[in-house]
Design a protein around this ligand. Sequence first.
Ligand SMILES: [Zn+2]
Length: 169
Amino acid sequence: MPPDLVVIHCTELPDLASAREFGEKVLYPSGTGNSGHYYIDRDGSLHQYVGLERVAHHVRGYNGRAIGIELVNAGRYPNWLAAAGQQMSEPYADAQIGTLVALLQWLQVQLPSLRYIEGHEQLDTTQVPAEDDATTLVQRKLDPGPLFPWPRVLQDIALRRLSTTAATP
Ligand SMILES: [Zn+2]
């Protein structure tokens, strides 16, 4: 189906090079791995890893309808699943958000089927036992996290959030 959804991620890795290395790991028999279509570095530079005509593996259950955009941000690195490591303290850079908005506006023109935008954390709410404390559950996915500036991004695009759309038809 033509994509109707954009999913916002952050890499939860220190830099673009480590994100690229992770994205190129082969994890599936089809010869593919986990990667977004686009990566945006802290300086606002834009990198395309997967063509828009291809399905990328970046979000459980929604890949067939979704374009994935990864923002380079440390997130919970390196204690992703530790109970004591759940704070995401790196702000998103202005240049990075500027590029994201421009990319979203361009994508709306390229792919008129697009309607929705959502964060990975809203689409995969799986909880798992923390690595350092099995009695505590942590979110498997927490990106892009509380520091992602949703109001700033939404004011300049025509896409609506999928989760709020579902709640208020
Ligand atoms: Zn993600």
